[in-house]
Design a protein around this ligand. Structure first.
Ligand code: ADP
Ligand code: MG
Length: 702
């Protein structure tokens, strides 16, 4: 309601720089006072002295002590920046924007002048900007054009404990820039690594034994409450807990709720607003603010507005509010114990964004948010035993994600010698080498030393997928079956869409028999996807057909994203209708590395690339059929080595797909099939033409 709005802006901290009429009077002096009260303030002199003398420093301090907002200003005030720019990186876009706004307010200046920010699609800086907040991804992009980072005198790597791929890569890039500048006698580059909590020794060792500077924190005790039993619906539990607090505690003690993403947050916000409206008059009013990355910046800034007197502010946030932004007035934290994280799925070879449990370190950080200004309380929506079972720390993203896509990403960033790249936690050399060689086979990189990205590789890098799958998507254009390939890849990208309870196995298989195809699992997935779309995702239909509706829904969302990337690359999106041979050709062309041939003497198969004995997994629709040639998505090792998620190749002679010139060269090199026969390239092409001719004569081989 508008009334509330006026009240809020009266109580708000200051007007915004961007609308031009900046009020430098009262709020500037008030903010100056606030700055002096921060825990970091008494340490200013000593801190600046130490930083002045060091090339690289590691600064550790509680969230809210003033690292992010104050240290860049201290550097500026003491002239350490030597009139060049101080860059401060943030893993999150939201943090970069809101902190820049705050610091600009504290300087009594318009945003984009002395203090600015730079995130994807938005650059709010000018030639006057000396303190620049930016996402780590943006600084990486800049580094591609200027590896020495000559514009900057200081680079502050903030929130280092988050260990996103971008931060991890930046560590190496910034370190190299510092060394090269020293060698070339260019003005030195100072590096400051900042964080709330982290494995300090590990960081210090990586940064040439850089000293660690600890900041005094201020933390009041927080009472922790656990759920008596595991919660199946933490969104609902969080709303119930909120209203318990709201009923019992006086207003103006704000609540911070941690959920995992936009959808959950919006649904919780709606429920909270509905309940509050129904109970208006019986309870003090609530001011409910969502906070997640995709929220428009102006709405993100709302969470920092002071709570009007008599109200209670409720912030429903993702892990953004864990360490990267500090909100005043929080006395209660409700922690669902979950977070959205990128997880590598070895079965499909894909990175998935999945809701997983937080680490203990994250749980402790969340709890700490309740005790910044006074003693507080934290309600964990999980049991004490569940807390004890959490992992101690979050595994760095670089060790969680598919390496061949990381390598492709690095090369797209201009880092070609990936093996010798100075990683903080290096993935094993073999895994990098094999990732590079896989990319070479796919035509994404050249076989120079060091390898270079090809135009095809650059296109592939745009997809957040296993490179084999992005290649398949790009190949689909030639087979006129992109619509179908997008559906199949999306289903492969999520957890299994088949729901097969042990007790109802027969029933489930019978219900799904209509989708089964002798052409393989991929075609079956396509049939399921089409049927699901046909009934508009009807829940009863999913239930009757033993299809996991939730995973199907995720698949449709993934498909939407992949489709957008195709549109951006201006790839024509065509359908091949019921011509499944086009789909199978396309899959065979993308997954030619994962091909296997049946052994005449036994019922087993051998892989074409490594001659490894393999078997068809019993869960595959091809388990009974046993076609001569198959392609598979993944090898699963139990008692035997099984191929799962299979498709048949349209023809035994056509296993390498009809992208034939490219693939025959790969085939020659990769499988040494023709190599052993010692044929020159011209002859091998001739032979291939012969094979192609035979393929036309015997088009099917099922
Ligand atoms: P740290 O980086 O050590 O976690 P910050 O420098 O981010 O701490 O925050 C210091 C203080 O500045 C916070 O306690 C908070 O009160 C205030 N602050 C930070 N950002 C904002 C903002 N956007 N609006 C209002 N206050 C803010
Ligand atoms: Mg900070």
């Amino acid at each position: 309601p508008p009334k509330k709005k006026t009240k809020m802006s009266e109580a708000g901290s200051s007007s915004h720089g961007r609308n031009g009429n900046y009020d430098t009077g009262v709020s500037y002096h008030r903010l100056k006072e606030e700055r002096r009260k921060l825990p970091i303030f008494p340490a200013k002199g000593k801190l600046i002295n130490q930083i002045q003398r060091l090339d690289t420093a590691i600064v550790i301090g509680e969230t809210g002590s003033g690292k992010t907002t104050q240290i860049p200003q201290y550097l500026y005030e003491s002239g350490i920046h030597r009139n060049a720019i101080v860059a401060v990186t943030q893993p999150r876009r939201v943090a970069a924007i809101t902190v820049a706004q705050r610091v600009s307010d504290e300087r009594g200046q318009q945003l984009g002048q002395l203090v600015g920010y730079c995130v994807r699609f938005e650059d709010v800086t000018s030639e006057n900007t000396k303190i620049k907040y930016m996402t780590d991804g943006m600084l990486l992009r800049e580094a591609i054009l200027d590896p020495l980072m000559k514009r900057y005198s200081v680079v502050i790597l903030d929130e280092a404990h988050e260990r996103t791929i971008h931060t991890d890569v930046l560590f190496g890039v910034v370190k190299a820039a510092q060394r090269h500048r020293k060698m070339k006698g260019i003005r030195p580059l100072k590096i400051i690594v900042m964080s709330a909590t982290m494995d300090v020794d590990h960081f210090s060792n990586y940064f040439n034994k850089a000293p660690v500077l600890y900041l005094e924190g201020r933390q009041y005790p927080v009472q922790v409450y656990y759920a008596p039993e595991p919660q199946s619906d933490y969104v609902f539990a969080s709303v119930v807990t909120l209203f318990q607090i709201h009923k019992e505690e006086p207003p103006n003690q704000d609540v911070l709720i941690f959920l995992t993403g936009q959808e959950e947050i919006e649904s919780a916000v709606k429920t909270i607003r509905d309940v509050a409206r129904d109970a208006s008059g019986q309870m003090p009013p609530l001011m409910v603010c969502p906070l997640y990355a995709a929220l428009p910046s102006q709405q993100q800034l709302k969470v920092f507005k002071a709570t009007p007197s008599g109200y209670r502010k409720v912030i429903v946030a993702t892990n953004i509010a864990e360490t990267s932004v500090t909100i005043q007035g929080i006395r209660f934290v409700i922690d669902a114990g979950m977070v959205k994280a990128k997880v590598f799925n070895p079965l499909s070879g894909l990175d998935l964004l999945k809701v997983v449990r937080i680490s203990k370190a994250q749980g402790l950080q969340r709890t700490g948010r309740a005790g910044r200004e006074a003693p507080g309380a934290c309600y964990r929506l999980y049991t004490e035993q569940e807390f004890e079972e959490l992992k101690a720390n979050t595994v760095p993203e670089i060790q969680r994600t598919n390496l061949s896509s990381v390598v492709l990403q690095l090369m797209a960033l201009g880092i070609s010698d990936v093996v010798n790249f100075d990683f903080m936690d290096k993935p094993s050399t073999e895994s990098i080498v094999s990732a590079v060689s896989q990319l070479e086979d796919l035509g994404a990189v050249t076989n120079d030393k060091p390898p270079r990205l090809t135009p095809l590789g650059r296109k592939m890098a745009a997809f957040p997928l296993d490179p084999r799958l992005s290649k398949t998507i790009l190949l689909a254009k030639d087979f006129h079956c992109l619509e179908e390939i997008l559906s199949i890849v999306s289903v492969l990208s999520v957890d299994s869409v088949l729901f097969t309870p042990q007790s109802k196995r027969e029933e489930a298989l019978a219900a799904r028999a209509k989708f089964v195809s002798s052409e393989g699992d991929h075609v079956m997935f396509l049939n399921i996807y089409r049927a699901y779309k046909g009934v508009k995702g009807n829940k009863d239909w999913c239930h009757e057909n033993f299809i996991n509706g939730r995973n199907m829904k995720t698949a449709t969302e993934v498909r939407q994203q992949l489709r957008q990337i195709c549109e951006r690359q201006e790839i024509p999106i065509q359908s091949c209708g019921n011509d499944t041979s086009a789909i199978r050709r396309c899959l065979a062309a993308g997954f030619f590395m994962n091909a296997a041939e049946i052994q005449k003497e036994s019922s087993g198969y051998v892989t074409l690339s490594t001659k490894k004995p393999v078997h068809i997994h019993p869960s595959s629709v091809l388990f009974q059929c046993k076609p001569s040639y198959v392609i598979y998505n993944e090898l699963v090792k139990t008692t035997k080595c099984y191929m799962s998620l299979l498709g048949t190749s349209p023809s035994s002679l056509f296993i390498f797909g009809s992208d034939f010139i490219f693939n025959v060269v790969i085939a020659v090199e990769h499988y040494s099939i023709l190599w052993k026969a010692n044929i020159a390239l011209g002859e091998s092409l001739l032979l291939f033409c012969l094979l192609y001719f035979l393929q036309q004569l015997y088009p099917e081989n099922d």
